[in-house]
Design a protein around this ligand. Structure first.
Ligand code: GRF
Length: 232
């Protein structure tokens, strides 16, 4: 039996932007296969023709498009204008970045302000930027995780929509920690997007960001994410 959508009216049309393997793209596409999910993915767009996620998208029945950045020879705004044209052509309402490895200029950020989400593999504001898992291990944090946030001009600093935390275990390597975080990414991104879309449609009152696996924050213990923080 077909379930009724969470919201009356049409589902919002979304595109996912990728540069690599596309596992978050697959998680989002899988969620949107449910007719009750308020967002429908209609496009996977990549700046790299060789991105493995493009083949994955094809197996998921997700139309793909490549807008390579190289022909634009460093003119980031022109590349983004080309992407923007594709998004408009496809009548996209929400853009989800999922391992899209290009810094954005104001052109795309401003045009999609409040309608562009990203997933980042750390508990922001900790560890913005690259190599988050190695940096988390080096910093000896006890908790690590992932964050879904709105994209603003400052990298990895937009309003947080959802976070999930995982423990950092004593014998963790970058690989084991990354895998533990990635499993949570695949849960939290579809969840955050669903709440975002429902809120946009006025079906959920505005509220705080969702937090999965919340860690206790003992009063007066300093930063509870530090391995040397006092425990209760
Ligand atoms: C993920 O770790 C995501 O948090 C980061 O880039 C990675 C993309 O992985 N932004 P995938 O392509 O979704 O598998």
């Amino acid at each position: 039996m077909t379930k009724a959508p969470d919201q009356p009216g049409t589902r919002q049309r979304a595109a996912v932007l990728i540069s690599g393997r596309g596992s978050n793209m697959a998680a989002l596409a899988a969620a949107s296969h449910d007719p009750a999910y308020p967002v429908q993915f209609v496009l996977a767009l990549s700046n790299r023709a060789e991105a493995p996620g493009l083949a994955l998208a094809a197996t998921l029945g997700l139309p793909t498009k490549v807008v390579p950045h190289r022909p634009f020879a460093g003119d980031r705004a022109a590349h983004e204008a080309a992407i923007d044209a594709v998004l408009h052509e496809a009548d996209i309402q929400i853009v989800c970045l999922a391992g899209y490895m290009r810094l954005m200029t104001p052109l795309l950020v401003e045009r999609w302000a409040g309608r562009m989400l990203n997933i980042h593999p750390s508990l922001l504001p900790a560890f913005p930027g690259l190599d988050t898992h190695a940096r988390a291990l080096n910093a000896r944090v006890r908790l690590h995780g992932c964050t879904v946030h709105l994209v603003t001009q400052t990298m990895d600093a937009g309003p947080i929509l959802a976070q999930a935390a995982v423990p950092v275990l004593p014998d963790d390597t970058e690989g084991t920690l990354a895998a533990r975080v990635l499993a949570q990414e695949h849960i939290i991104y579809p969840l955050a997007l669903r709440l975002f879309a429902l809120r946009q449609a006025g079906n959920v009152p505005p509220g705080d960001a969702a937090l999965l696996n919340p860690a206790p924050s003992p009063p007066g213990s300093g930063n509870p994410l530090r391995a040397d923080a006092a425990l209760p």
